[in-house]
Write a protein that binds this ligand. Structure first.
Ligand SMILES: Nc1ncnc2c1ncn2[C@@H]1O[C@H](COP(=O)(O)OP(=O)(O)OP(=O)(O)O)[C@@H](O)[C@H]1O
Length: 307
């Protein structure tokens, strides 16, 4: 089956600023594909090129076999795009907006069900200007999905939503995917990426650092476990760093912090026992996608791009 989205060697600069520097990626039918990266990494520029909203300097893009620039009209019918808040007339009511957008498509989705799923059912008669920021955000998701698109591109899906609305939105997106829509999600929320995405492209400074499943990215950053304990008597770091399953040892006051793969706990407790050292207050944390992100890019997901 041909990929739903194929991006090859995409380049885009703004004046002297290189925003996208040779990005290639492939999105498969029916998956939720995440584009993850710090602020300014080039995520939005990449998806705007895919949507046909920006003209690349170089590279090739196909969406459902179509060229986003030359086949724009055809693609608009099959692609759902979440636009930023503030693009609707202030006096338009929520239901009117959805009915208007429905009329653009041959087989629109059920807008009442969308409103329900997004917790906006009681806002159908509310004017756009009277909606809160989070409600406008949810309406923009509904409008992206109203055409029953084959592919939906959602940029900062749940930014500005409270935790409950965020979880409801995730459920809605999973439902949309289970009915066959392929979804591209631009995000810097780790929890969202981990919960929703089948695969992720980690983008940093305009380049794809890695593409993998959330678990695969964590594994490839080689930070399986973090173990903390207070040794019953002084322990030489070298005892631990010499273990092949251990990647690093640091200290936090009296605590020893060991990073290693999924076998590190076993290896550490064995070597301590052999040396008659008891690991008191022992705690084991599984590394998160956020740990992997920091390890792979050297910065936090919501941190600025230093270029
Ligand atoms: N219209 C523009 N003119 C000039 N520079 C731009 C323009 N749009 C984006 N940039 C710059 O290009 C780089 C990539 O921006 P882009 O918005 O694609 O990143 P992003 O990963 O989506 O970031 P964020 O998470 O902050 O939205 C940034 O350094 C940004 O400042």
């Amino acid at each position: 089956m041909p990929p739903v989205i194929e991006v090859r060697n995409l380049h885009k600069r703004y004046d002297d600023k290189i925003a996208v520097d040779d990005v290639s990626l492939t999105v498969r039918e029916g998956e939720i594909f995440g584009i993850l990266g710090p602020n300014g990494a080039g995520k939005t520029t990449t998806v705007e090129c895919v949507e046909g909203l920006r003209v690349p300097d170089r590279g090739e893009i196909r969406v459902l076999g179509l060229d986003p620039l030359h086949d724009r009209a055809e693609l608009t019918r099959r692609l759902g795009v979440q636009l930023q808040a503030g693009h609707l007339p202030e006096r338009l009511q929520v239901a009117e907006a959805l009915q208007l957008y429905s009329s653009f498509y041959p087989r629109p989705a059920d807008w009442r069900a969308l409103l329900d799923g997004l917790g906006l059912a009681d806002k159908a008669k509310t004017r756009y200007a009277k909606l809160s920021g989070g409600q406008k955000q949810r309406l923009s998701i509904a409008l992206a999905l109203i055409g029953g698109p084959r592919v939906a591109i959602l940029d900062e899906l749940t930014t500005g939503l409270d935790p409950q609305a965020r979880r409801d939105t995730w459920d809605l997106i999973e439902g949309v995917r289970s009915r066959g829509t392929t979804i591209v999600l631009v995000t810097h929320f780790m929890e969202e990426a981990e919960r929703l995405c089948d695969r992720l492209a980690l983008i940093d400074a305009g380049r794809v650092v890695m593409v993998d499943t959330p678990a695969g990215l964590t594994e490839r950053a080689r930070i399986g476990q973090r173990i903390r304990f207070r040794p019953s008597r002084p322990v030489d770091d070298r005892l631990l760093t010499s273990l092949p399953d251990v990647s690093g040892v640091t200290r936090q006051g009296e605590l020893v912090v060991v990073n290693g793969n999924d076998n590190a706990l076993n290896a550490v407790t064995t070597v301590l026992a052999r040396n008659q050292i008891v690991a008191e207050q022992l705690r084991v944390e599984q590394a998160s996608l956020e740990d992997a992100f920091v390890r792979l890019t050297g910065r936090r997901p919501d941190g600025p791009d230093p270029r």
